[in-house]
Design a protein around this ligand. Structure first.
Ligand code: PMP
Length: 361
């Protein structure tokens, strides 16, 4: 840390993203990207948009916001587009929480929430999950505080029902409820329909997972016009050209190619079921996931050792150091071929473990 670093941030612990090796030598199942390319129409529009790269993008991203609004049956004023949904989450925290308005989220959830709370000097509180890693919605009913929930939750993959989310939104009418739907397209119910009835709800979504555009950095926030306008003030005060012109066009095209999108989400769900069964047969405990990943553990090997041995064998999975989940690993669902390699390497590690045990007898 330099001697010049502001005191305000000296205690800040940044979010640690999953490894992003820049060579292609790993089977990459660690950061929940899509294993599929975006629809083929995307590259030509990116190329075309790049012709005007000397010009700034539209600071209001009108065409993209209109496309997202049309897709969800909303108006462009209900939509804020952001550089990945992380940026939208940051504005949602910044805009509505402060020293007098703390924010609450589960103890085990997306690790970025405590980081943005600290960054913005927002006090936060957490509720533990139940022993089976589910969220107890009674903790959040009528709480009278701002709340942020990932649905499905990360890294567990477990989803709340629309009714449960509604119950939380309805019983906290004077507070903002942020629902992070980064993984919603893989099997959970989106709470977009609740936007017609509640003006204290904000939904963040991303093009990084189900729409194969992680590298394009595109996310969005949906909510009541007044809330979106407040967040837009912060966006304009931070980064008015936050979505670049290539990404904006790519986003519009991926929304249009809906059949492609549905098919890739279905394939992920199929591969998830396949992997889940195979892991259970190997003796793993696997949480019921509605996301494009599985959260898994097994007695015979620690979470960290499995992660390290998998990495040696060229397969990256995600291990978290938080002691509450250190026995577990999160495995992104990829193609069937990738999942077969993953499973084969797991079996190989178990065989090696058995051999090592034999030797030391
Ligand atoms: N929410 C959750 C729960 C996530 O896991 C992620 C991905 N790390 C994000 C939001 C943010 O993704 P992005 O900024 O790529 O939209």
């Amino acid at each position: 840390m330099s001697q010049y670093f502001s005191k305000r941030y000296q205690d800040l612990e940044p979010y640690i993203p999953g490894e992003q090796p820049q060579d292609q030598s790993y089977v990459k199942l660690n950061t929940n990207e899509s294993p599929f390319d975006p629809p083929k129409e995307v590259i030509p529009v990116i190329r075309e948009a790049a012709r005007n790269i000397r010009l700034y993008s539209d600071p209001e991203s009108r065409e993209l916001r209109q496309a997202i609004a049309d897709y969800y049956g909303l108006e462009p004023e209900n939509v804020l587009v952001t550089n990945g949904s992380d940026e939208g989450l940051n504005y949602a925290f910044m805009a509505f929480s402060d020293e007098d308005h703390p924010i609450v989220f589960p103890e085990i959830t997306y690790g970025f929430y405590p980081v943005i709370a600290k960054l913005n000097h927002i006090p936060y509180e957490t509720f533990s999950l139940r022993d089976d890693f589910t969220i107890d919605i009674r903790d959040y009913e009528g709480l009278g505080k701002n709340i942020c929930l990932a649905n499905p939750n990360a890294p567990t993959g477990i989803a709340l029902s629309l009714e449960e989310i509604e119950q939380i939104v309805r019983t906290n009418p004077d507070n903002i409820i942020i629902v992070d739907e980064a993984y919603v397209d893989f099997g959970a119910r989106s709470c977009v329909p609740l936007l017609y009835r509640y003006d204290n709800l904000l939904i963040t979504q991303t093009f990084s997972k189900s729409r194969s555009l992680a590298g394009g950095r595109l996310g969005f926030v949906l909510g009541a016009k007044e809330l979106i306008a407040d967040m837009n003030t912060l966006r304009n005060a931070t980064n008015p050209y936050n979505v670049n012109r290539m990404t904006a066009k790519a986003g519009i095209v991926t929304l249009r190619e809906n059949t492609y999108f549905k098919n890739s989400c279905q394939t992920i769900q199929f591969n998830r079921r396949y992997t889940r069964r195979a892991l259970e047969q190997l003796g793993f405990e696997v949480l019921p996931s509605s996301a494009n990943f599985l959260f898994v553990r097994i007695d015979r090997i620690s979470g960290e050792e499995l992660y390290l041995r998998m990495k040696e064998k060229g397969v990256l999975i995600r291990h978290f150091s938080d002691p509450k989940i250190t026995d577990w690993n999160r495995v992104t669902i990829g193609t069937k071929v990738q999942m077969d390699i993953f499973l084969q390497k797991v079996e190989e590690i178990f065989r090696e473990q058995d051999e090592e045990k034999e030797k030391t007898k």
